[in-house]
Design a protein around this ligand. Structure first.
Ligand SMILES: [Ca+2]
Ligand SMILES: [Ca+2]
Ligand SMILES: [Ca+2]
Length: 626
């Protein structure tokens, strides 16, 4: 065969398959969302149908109470956008939307859902709550049958930090009574989206591929990861949490998909992502430019549109189809599960105009729902810029309810774990005027992206307990990272995500039970439990005005004052006992008042001659109430 014959032959070989594609019947693989509600604030809902040979598709029927169309198909014929209007009186149940092309017909499955009763659902969260963050794969394994699922075999290995360990939603359900007893009123789970079913070879460490056990690499935004359970188990978890007075916060990721999402090689629109797998910007983390009145869009571009760690495909919310998809996706999870709040990942890397629209859509349907955004930065000027409720120089009110208090977190670590200055913590609170409302900021000693408190050089159990006393009595919405309540150790990611002892079959001991705790674990657990229940029982600790009475390097005394009542807090991180003589007038305390330490270890604080007297032993903390 001579070379000149090749092009002709290639053309001939291509022709039959090309014409076969044109005449092949349409195939429907998936429809998102798979279900929706009558009388919803989003009506019509726009379905994204993934399939093949969809070019020229038209709707032929839509089922009782549904109207569907028009249809818009991408050039590859692999995605169809389809508006679906649900009659307000439509009965719940499955429907079939028929589509037809010149070459055949196919069915799009869809379901009309009855809205969940609102009472006890969609509740939001506030400083009245204590949030517990858990990584579902690492907390408790309640269902060994999903440890090594058929569709994703070989990703389970408890000896490897970046493989699945077997924890799941059933494990969370089983441990809800433990959390209730601890004083937790809300749980935040790292993402439960379906992640890729094989090793992630795009992200490697020391040449080793990882798994996406952490949940941040979604390949299906409408499914629960099979290692964790399924939608029915998720709904059961939310209902059972609610029955115990525990709210549920979902971890959502709007900035990016996982590297293996089908969209990466077959996007529904040409602008589904910023750039392509072959050609895109890398995120340069220049978050400061986002609040810089003098920055050009060019300066901000890589931060907003670059791919996270150059790996995670950055969704283009300027494409109205992407924005609409993400807004519907958020409302779908809330509506199908009845959850109460959302933690939004990587907040600053998405254009603020999207957050404005996203938040407006959430509040329209679920006015009480609350959102906390992640902005991993120590500068309160930057973090506060993203809190909603006020338009900034860019003319945008993000609408975001609250943020994680990373600025305070860094100071807490320095002051308590590394034995730095308590004054630095107080000085960070002095910047609260930067926030539209500092009260609901989510405060924490640690979370899944930073080394554990107890693994900081110099950290002690006494320091951890004092830090918890601060967390549970300061302004904000306190967050406990799973295992910190038993002083778990762990360095950087993934060592900070060790398995909770006793959560997994075969564990030598069970720290969920008092009998299984070491003396140190029992000590810290009892302290945290006392604090969280005390906070629950004492409105001033949740909602009181903060009054600083004495701030020094190693000693800090403040009160939370509400309706004339005061809760007095004393913190000491020094090596010597300190006797304090402070003005009682700011708290309105009368002579003869005697306040008792509700943590149970310190002597009373007393008032006479208009002065407040208390003594703080070395490395101690107390919460004093009448
Ligand atoms: Ca399991
Ligand atoms: Ca999966
Ligand atoms: Ca982005």
């Amino acid at each position: 065969m001579n070379r000149a014959a090749w092009p002709t032959l290639a053309l001939l070989l291509l022709l039959p398959s090309a014409s076969a594609a044109a005449t092949a019947p349409p195939i429907v693989l998936k429809a998102e969302p798979p279900s929706w509600w009558p009388r919803h604030s989003i009506d019509p809902v726009r379905l994204l149908v993934r399939g093949r040979n969809l070019a020229g598709a038209e709707v032929t029927r839509a089922g009782a109470g549904l109207r569907a169309g028009p249809v818009k198909v991408n050039p590859a014929g692999t995605y169809a956008f389809l508006d679906v209007t649900i009659d307000p009186q439509a009965a719940p149940g499955p429907r079939t939307i028929g589509i037809r092309t010149a070459s055949g017909a196919a069915d799009v499955p869809f379901q009309i859902l009855a809205p969940l009763p609102r009472r006890g659902r969609f509740q939001g969260f506030s400083p009245d709550d204590a949030i517990y963050l858990l990584m579902p794969d690492r907390f408790a394994n309640g269902d060994p049958s999903n440890d090594d699922p058929v569709v994703s075999k070989g990703l389970l290995d408890r000896t490897r930090g970046r493989f699945y360990h077997g924890g799941d939603l059933r494990g969370v359900i089983d441990r809800l009574p433990y959390l209730k007893d601890l004083g937790v009123t809300a749980i935040w789970l790292n993402p439960w989206y379906d992640n890729v079913d094989h090793e992630n070879e795009r992200e490697t460490y020391d040449g080793q591929a990882i798994t996406d056990y952490h949940g941040y690499g979604a390949v299906d935004f409408y499914a629960v990861e099979e290692h964790l359970g399924d939608l029915a188990t998720l709904r059961e978890m939310v209902d059972r949490a609610h029955a115990l007075g525990i709210k549920v916060i979902q971890d959502q990721v709007a900035n990016h998909s996982g590297p293996y999402h089908p969209w990466v090689t077959d996007p529904p629109t040409p602008t589904w992502y910023y750039g392509t797998l072959e050609k895109h910007l890398a995120n340069t983390w220049q978050t400061w430019t986002l609040q810089d009145p003098y920055a050009t869009p060019e300066m901000q571009k890589a931060t907003l549109e670059g791919w996270f760690i150059d790996i995670l495909p950055d969704l283009d919310q300027d494409d109205p189809e992407v924005a609409r998809y993400e807004i519907q996706n958020t409302l779908w999870w809330v509506g199908v599960s009845g959850l109460d709040g959302i933690r939004q990942d990587t907040l600053p890397y998405v254009h603020r105009r999207f957050w404005r629209d996203w938040m407006a859509a959430i509040k329209k349907e679920y006015p009480d729902l609350r959102v906390v955004g992640e902005l991993f930065d120590g500068d309160p000027a930057l973090v506060s810029f993203f809190q909603g409720g006020v338009s900034r120089f860019d003319g945008i009110d993000s609408g975001i309810d609250t943020l994680f208090d990373f600025p305070l977190y860094f100071r807490i670590r320095e002051a308590f774990a590394k034995r730095g200055s308590l004054r630095d913590v107080a000085m960070m609170l002095a910047r609260d005027h930067l926030y539209r409302d500092p009260a609901p900021l989510v405060t924490f000693l640690g979370l899944h992206d930073v080394p554990r408190f107890m693994s900081e050089p110099g950290a002690t159990v006494a320091a951890l307990k004092a830090a918890f006393t601060f967390l549970a009595t300061a302004r904000g919405t306190p967050l406990v990272y799973y295992g910190d309540e038993i002083a778990m150790r762990g360095g950087g990611d993934p060592d900070n995500r060790r398995d909770f002892p006793g959560g997994f079959p075969g564990d030598p001991r069970n720290a969920f039970d008092a009998a299984g705790r070491t003396a140190e674990e029992a000590d810290v657990h009892a302290h945290v439990r006392t604090l969280l229940h005390l906070r629950q029982a004492t409105p001033a600790l949740r909602r009181g005005r903060t009054v600083n009475l004495h701030v020094a390097d190693k000693v800090w005394v403040y009160a939370r004052v509400l309706d004339g009542g005061a809760a007095l807090v004393g913190l000491s991180t020094g090596d010597a006992a300190v006797a304090l003589d402070l003005p009682a007038a700011p708290l309105g305390l009368a002579d003869g008042t005697r306040l008792h330490d509700r943590l149970g270890s310190l002597g009373d604080a007393t008032v006479d001659g208009g002065r407040l007297h208390l003594t703080l032993p070395p490395a101690s903390s107390g919460v004093f109430l009448p």
